[in-house]
Design a protein around this ligand. Sequence first.
Ligand code: SF4
Length: 706
Amino acid sequence: GRGSRAADRTVDSVCPYCGVGCQITYHVRNDEIAFVSGRNGPANENRLCVKGRFGFDYVRSPQRLTRPLIRKEGAPKTDAVTAIDPRNPWTHFREATWEEALDLAARGLREIRDRDGRRALAGFGSAKCSNEEAYLFQKLVRTGFGSNNVDHCTRLCHASSVAALMEGIGTGAVTAPFNEALNADVVIVIGANPTVNHPVAATYFKQAAKRGTKLVVMDPRKQNGLARYASHYLQFKPGTDVAMLNAIMHVIVAEGLYDTQYVQAHTDGFEQLEAHLASFTPEAMEPVCGIPAATLREVARLFARAERAMVFWGMGVSQHVHGTDNARCLISLVMMCGHVGRPGTGLHPLRGQNNVQGASDAGLIPMVFPDYHSVKDPNYRAMLESLWGTQLDPEPGLTVVEIIDAIHAGKIKGMYIMGENPAMSDPDASHAREALAELEHLVVQDIFLTETAMYADVVLPASAWPEKDGTVTNTNRQVQMGRKALPLPGDARPDWWIIQEIARRIGLPWHYTGPADVFAEMTLAMPSLANITWERLMRESAVTYPCPAPDQPGQGVVFTDGVFPTPDGRAKLVPADIVPPAEQPDADFPWILTTGRTLEHWHTGAMTRRAASLDALEPEAFVTVNSKDLRRLGLKAGDRVRVSTRRGVIELMARQDNSVPEGVLFIPFCFVEAAANVLTNPQLDPYGKIPEFKFCAARLEPLEVP
Ligand code: SF4
């Protein structure tokens, strides 16, 4: 009856999965989450997707870490992922007290710093942690380790978009929230699959299309979700974004459809761009990108003539060696049409993780301090040095993939990893795992014995999202309050407390009393948080930055005056040339492999594969293959296959799915038993240092059934 589901209390919070940032209410009974409902937040208006509704039982998984663990004397690190069963870690680890574990964790880091120098250490923070935890973590690395070797998974998702946005408009965040799609006449969604990765944002795109907004979707995979609502679906050839976008801009310039006034008043570089675009005629680009010239012209006219138009993009744009160039094209496209700074216009990179915007703002980036101030900027550095009471390194640190390479080169010997799982998420995962095994000292702080924690010397059991207070910032720049609903299991501790205990043991005089205290310091270091306080967020749950006054909700659409935070206040248009993917299919590896996520599973699966209903919906590793390809190979749906690249081999089930064109394979990267990233190419975009997850050469073979 009613009693079995009735809650004894409710707690308002935010969903821990994607960057949409849906507000939720936990309905708690006997300190367990009985169920979750959607709340009327600015990003979701009561809506939730399957993850936000059913994805919380990971919190009470029997695999939760509840005691600190220390690696047993002599337990081998090589091949830890295959050697260790996370349900029975006692082959390699023993339990320890917090005193022993923290002392050992900090001593190892301190000894390496004092012996090999401050650049011999590095830290990975996490976009799954709160703003306060991200801020503390980067402060620990910069002031305690003494270098800027701190990064997180933004490097693997939108680093190239941020590089292009910083260069083009002086900020890495969106210019308008995704709900503005409802006010747009035309919406372009490129290289993103929002029905899967930003499901509630996708509901706004669908709603807009139903009301008459023209929805133009551009993606090498034909996603069924948005395709039904699209007025135009451009299924271009993988890796040819620049060719297609330049052709569209060519038409806009050649036919004089751009906004002359806006271009003159607010941008630099148009003449060079115009000259550059001359050769990119739709006819010349049609064979390159596979989209008919007539369609390119039609879309160009539609976008340029619209009163209000927006562009949304995702990892399909950013995860390429030409990811920054792709984003540059989108910025130029929007700017030349003056589609920014008004309702229903703007540039919106759909941020992936629940707190990737906030973790980046808080400074979990090796080349910038909090609020994106370059570490080379002497003025901001001096301000931070006085706030933090210590000297700071003026040299940019290393990025995620560079840190892995520096371990192999013997330059980095110790690491502290909080809530990240590079053993699954890094490209060429075997190479990353070998690096983790090579580390002299590895401290991992997490809620599960992740594949990365399996390489650790010390594992520190941390808090899950429903077990702590903290703020997170979603893709719309909305800073939101997450509240504690559950007690911590066993001896697990809040992340801020663990970071502080490590900090003290490596010599930092920290005495924060909790997240509110940390947030107060953040507002001193980060002008972007002006007029946003902990108390306000406790009361109002969400405030958008920038926020002009303590009684205002914050500014959704920015750059209304056409002034950008660049040195001269103008946006910069940067031409982009065609740079082919780093690895092309050939006789040995004739397929194109692309990777991504599924609706049910989140990233490396650490949480969702331990959430019973989600794992039941999508329990097995698969590769999607076009039906024509399957038939040609004499295979049928469900057959097991082997997929290999120059970097590795995995075996998994073939799923018939015509969203991929012939010759293209898609594998989600959440399955440890067939880890897609064992296959991917670690080649980097030169500006954003993001690897090319969306394109490499692969081979597919039927697996002999024994
Ligand atoms: Fe959570 Fe994103 Fe789903 Fe909203 S759309 S419920 S934030 S996973």
